[in-house]
Design a protein. Sequence first.
Length: 659
Amino acid sequence: MLSNESHSGDASESPPQRAEMLHETQDYLALVTDATQIGIFDWNMLTDEVVWTRQHEIILGYAPTTATIATHAYRDWADRVHPDDLPQVVELIRRGMAERTFQKAEYRVIWPDGSLHWILGQGRAYYNDEGRAIRMLGAIQDITERKRAEEALRQSEYRRRAVLDTIPDPAWLKDKEGRVLAVNSAWCRFFGMDAQNVTGKTVFELLPTEFAERLANTDRTVIESRHPLRLEETLKDKNGNLVWFETIKNPLFDDQGELVGTVGLARDITERKQTEERSLAIKAKLEAALASTADAVFISDVEGEFVDFNDAFATFNRFRNKDECSAVCSEYHDILDLFMANGEPAPPDQWPVPRALRGEVVTNVEYALRRKDTGETWVGSFSFAPIRDRDSTIVGAVVSARDITERKRAEEALQEMRVQLAHAARLSTLGEMVAELTHELNHPLYAILNFSKASSNVLTEEGPTDLGRLREWNEKIAQIALSAAEVVKRLRAFSRRADLPRTECRIDEIVEEALKLISIETERNQVTVEAFPAADAPRVQVDRVQVQQVLVNLITNAVEAMLTSPVEMRRITIRTLLHATDVEITVADRGIGLPPGSETKIFKPFVTTKPNGLGMGLSIIRTIVEGHGGKVWASPNYGGGVFFISRFLLLMEPHPYDV
């Protein structure tokens, strides 16, 4: 159809006459066009009027009229054609009129709802006596479904090609007669052929006869058996090199389950074949070494698969001979599942073979193994290393083991004996502990005595009795008595080798409790105590009573060290400092200080600087602090006196900086 142009001359028939002609056969047209779903049109090129059938309207997306035919304008058709297709269709019509040929065109139309429909249009022009085209008769047909099917087929072919080309190894499809249906890029690269030149040909047309016959025979086997086939074979590439392939061929069925051909995939295993040959050569060289050693030895290939072992390995696993061991181990194809860790199969990264295949060389590392026959565990001292070929390529691993089960049992028995001896040694120090008990109980008993005397003094005073103070002192007496009981309890636990419980505590709370326990002592001796807690209130996992003992002993020592000092100098400073991984407690006094060089000696048992001291207090402090994973030391106070510093591990996450 042409665009609206100005023309001179008249059509041989007027539109009313043509409409009348179509009306005479409208019943026939209705029957034909509705049955065939073909729309018929008659275009008057002089007036630009188009008479078309009802089916024509339906195909173009117009609401159909009740009449069999209707009159429209050229623009009614052109407005429906897709803008990208209209120029091409118009050009075809012009060419047909110029060449006086019957023209066909496939194009798209856009319906009012925005949907696209494919149209097949065809027509022939008619000319007046002057040779001018004045009329065109033709028909249109909706071919949308056909186009969709063709597109689906193209997409299917594209996907099939895309899938084949993603396979890195040569792959192909053949029909039942052996003709190639499709090959992938890897196949074309290997044989140096183009996919378009391969399709439709048989292997006899593409490959040398010796290979073609072998391939055709395996194809025939797959088709006749209707089962997959796996084999190893050699083929020559485009350069004439012989390449080993592991080929897998499967029968190819259509959607109805009909056998239509074969599908195949060939994986290059040349390197693996070469490795196997190298491994076999190495195995032959090692057989003599395997037989000559008394240690258990086994060998794996580069894949970690079981290859060989010696008689000693069979003996270690309680088999009568190597043949019996081999019969059992062959069911597993390897022996890696023998390795145990804490009674369970060890994770692969702990096995000696994978470590050796990564290039590690290790000697005398211990593994536990499970015996194949009984499940019993034995311990071996292992050495392992990779096996390399001439090119330093790792082709396997060799592992040797020496049975040290009896030695381990002897070590465990010796360790148990050491524990018993240590326990006996602890009991032998009971005499020292009696002295310790005397020292430790002196503080709570003395505090109880002080609170009792203070209570008696209040009761004997004239005037109203201060019940609040008496109640407070009685509570402290009870608390101190419980503390003394805890000291005895810990002594008993020590003699029984029992572990003392530890709890999560705020270190500053323990400091406050210790100050309450010693308050009578500090008040009676006119000692001022200043406590400076850490800002972040650090948490520790400690035995609360033992840490109280440490602080009470240090504060008591500080009080005694300042008894001869003027009252204004009797000052104790307690600070809690937070570090990255631990918390520090310092107890500083302004007393007489320590003799030079005694800072480390005073923490030993029975070493004291007091005229009547037992020399157990600081020794007990060191034992408690070190038992908590910390440390304690002393240093001179520059203003006179001494610093006692204790550190305990933090329970919290490491602090980003020291306070």
